[in-house]
Design a protein around this ligand. Structure first.
Ligand SMILES: Nc1ncnc2c1ncn2[C@@H]1O[C@H](COP(=O)(O)OP(=O)(O)OP(=O)(O)O)[C@@H](O)[C@H]1O
Ligand SMILES: [Mg+2]
Length: 410
């Protein structure tokens, strides 16, 4: 298995490594998955390198064991409130004699579009082309070969705080692995969950994790908006712990077992047992009481997302509606609650890996890990294509330059 790649999702609550490869039928085949609790993160950001590193080692070892191979490099995801997405435009004149657009012109216009002022403490992670205009013709997806005098590009740029990227890379290096690339988690997630039709029609993918909620909006095939909020399932657990005066571990357990995000769909006669603190005897409460604690927090998360959707200016045109993913979306009643807030069709998204251990990863918690693997594999295939076409001398040049070419063609 020479061609395996690894997606490493270092989340606030769990670190997940997914090993896979592109099989002979061009399907992403999952070979191994490893998960371990994360200890060194806060709201998606590394705050303790040693603890993060031991979580990475455990998750990767487990995945290696399952896949029966050893790995040395990973595609890592990054999330957190410091991630920022913004739209930008670039314009260039087509100056060659035949006035035909070649890949060189596309590269030039994308360069022009990304010439935004990025503060010294931030780095550009992705430059995603949305659409091109040639002279007065707008809405062009692939302008290469067309004729014109003016080429315009609309791009979505995702930036992140340099220190957070460095701490992530350091944690990975400390675990003994090379980080091939750092990819924004919302983008990776959409790779594994969304289909092309949804991206064309307009869709929002919401990844409700433990300490972050990632949002990415697609419209007409390109990314229109992306951001990450510092709120997630941990806040729901905290509310249960305080509201029911029970330890955090029991609150987490109760949430997973009996929690519901829409109180009105809960049978009012059903009761559940709640462990107490300080050695007191457990109590019984109505399941609906628990839902009354969870619902307002889940509503708050979704209302915060809704405000971002309004900011994106695309809320009214998302014909494919809402796709929820991440561990926080597993809770019962999540679809009902989301439909009420967004007033759009809602589905829960799991990864669309199509071979190997695909059932193992078919849960909303693994969508980022699988997405990172898929993104990495796609980038690798692209690189191989370039080598075959003689445009690249070796495979070792993977880096910013390759990523930029790859994303121009995404
Ligand atoms: N069955 C379930 N019911 C309710 N909540 C659940 C369930 N399973 C997991 N969760 C919640 O999902 C959250 C973790 O989700 P996930 O694994 O996607 O987060 P993460 O990737 O570690 O964090 P982040 O993406 O925010 O950095 C936790 O708050 C957990 O309580
Ligand atoms: Mg996550």
């Amino acid at each position: 298995m020479d061609d395996v790649a690894v997606g490493l999702d270092i989340g606030t609550t769990k670190t997940c490594a997914v090993i896979g490869f592109m099989n002979e039928n061009n399907q992403v085949e999952i070979a191994g998955v490893g998960v371990s609790p994360s200890k060194g993160l806060k709201n998606g950001v590394v705050v303790n390198i040693d603890n993060t590193s031991s979580s990475i080692i455990k998750a990767v070892e487990e995945a290696e064991l399952m896949a029966g191979c050893e790995i040395s490099e990973v595609y890592a995801g990054i999330t957190g409130q410091h991630l920022k997405g913004e739209n930008s435009r670039g314009v260039v004149a087509i100056s060659n004699r035949s006035r035909t657009i070649t890949p060189a012109e596309v590269r030039r216009v994308i360069d022009a579009a990304q010439a935004v002022v990025v503060p010294a403490d931030r780095e550009i992670l992705h430059v995603l082309s949305k659409e091109f205009s040639v002279d007065d013709q707008t809405g062009i997806k692939d302008p290469i070969g067309m004729n014109g005098v003016r080429l315009e590009a609309e791009v979505h740029i995702i930036t992140a705080a340099t220190s957070n990227i460095q701490n992530l890379i350091k944690s990975i290096a400390k675990s003994g692995f090379h980080c091939t690339d750092v990819i924004a988690s919302p983008l990776a997630c959409s790779e594994s969950v969304l289909n092309q039709d949804e991206k064309e029609l307009g869709v929002v993918l919401i990844d409700i994790g433990g300490g972050t909620t990632d949002i990415i909006v697609y419209f007409e095939g390109g990314v229109a908006y992306s951001t990450s909020l510092a709120i997630g399932g941990i806040h729901v657990t905290n509310d249960i712990s305080i509201g029911l005066r029970t330890p955090l571990e029991s609150a987490e357990m109760i949430k997973k077992k009996d929690g519901c995000a829409a109180a009105d769909i809960v049978d009012p006669s059903v009761s559940i047992e709640v462990p107490s603190v300080g050695g007191r005897a457990p109590r019984r409460i109505f399941k609906q009481e628990l839902a009354h604690i969870i619902e307002p927090r889940m509503m708050e998360i979704m209302e915060m997302v809704d405000r971002e959707l309004l900011k994106s200016g695309k809320k009214d045109v998302l014909a494919a509606g809402v796709v929820l993913t991440g561990g926080g979306s597993i809770i019962e009643g999540c679809i009902e609650a989301a439909e009420r807030v967004f007033n759009m069709p809602v589905r829960i998204g799991v990864s669309k890996a199509s071979a190997g251990l695909k059932e193992v990863v078919a849960t909303p918690q693994y969508t980022s890990g699988v997405g990172l693997l898929m993104y990495g594999l796609k980038m690798r295939e692209f690189q191989k294509g370039r080598v075959k076409a003689g445009r690249e001398s070796s495979i070792s040049g993977i880096g910013k330059k390759l990523k930029r070419w790859f994303e121009e063609y995404l």
